[in-house]
Write a protein that binds this ligand. Structure first.
Ligand SMILES: [Zn+2]
Length: 201
């Protein structure tokens, strides 16, 4: 039986440390996984101090990617810790499991990544429709918010820059534009006489 639970952990929460699967209940519509966190301490998000003083615990129910057409619900027992740092504003905080949960998250991180990828490929309305096909009920607005929450990539600094001038308003306003010669992207534009500087990626 212990082997079965270990294999279930590998299947259900792969590569995630400090989580133990306690039981799995399957019916026609749902796979319900009961699990708990086992880390001895957690890091306070307010001050980054570690604490092992447990204040209490409760259940969270983040939705996970469906399995064999069934909705997967994780019943995860998480603990609230007391922060021992007297200069920290947070008296208590809830542990998070890297790769599995985030604060106020309704989805596991795995399902969030899947929905974000769907949103990137199909955008809001079609993305929500596609998520419904594989068994996740989500609004188009939620899909768009997941895409918008992605960190912005810093464009690489241009190695070769070209400078050009242009005129608008029939030659009454002049501007200068900097262009990344290798990517042909406009880097910065300045209108003469107005000191207005716009940056375009
Ligand atoms: Zn703290």
């Amino acid at each position: 039986m212990e082997d079965v639970v270990l294999r279930l952990e590998e299947l259900l929460v792969p590569s995630i440390a400090d989580v133990v699967v306690l039981s799995v209940d399957v019916n026609n519509e749902t796979v319900r996984i009961e699990a708990c966190c086992t880390a001895v301490a957690a890091v306070c998000p307010g001050c980054d101090d570690r604490s092992s003083r447990v204040h209490g615990s409760y259940l969270r129910f983040p939705a996970d990617s469906p399995s064999a057409g069934r909705r997967v619900v994780l019943c995860l027992k998480v603990r609230r810790f007391m922060c021992g740092n007297p200069s920290c504003d947070r008296r208590t905080f809830v542990e998070q499991v890297p790769g599995l949960t985030r604060r106020f998250g309704r989805w596991t991180e795995g399902l969030r990544s899947t929905l974000t990828a769907v949103g990137l490929a199909l955008a809001g309305r079609a993305g929500a429709r596609m998520a419904g096909v594989f068994g996740v009920s989500v609004s188009r607005g939620t899909v768009l918010r997941m895409v918008a929450a992605l960190p912005e990539l810093e464009p690489p600094a241009p190695r070769v820059v070209g400078v050009d001038e242009y005129a608008t308003r029939k030659g009454r306003v002049y501007g200068t534009v900097l262009v990344d010669v290798e990517t042909r992207r406009c880097g910065a534009r300045r209108l003469a006489g107005s000191l207005r500087l716009t940056v375009a990626a």
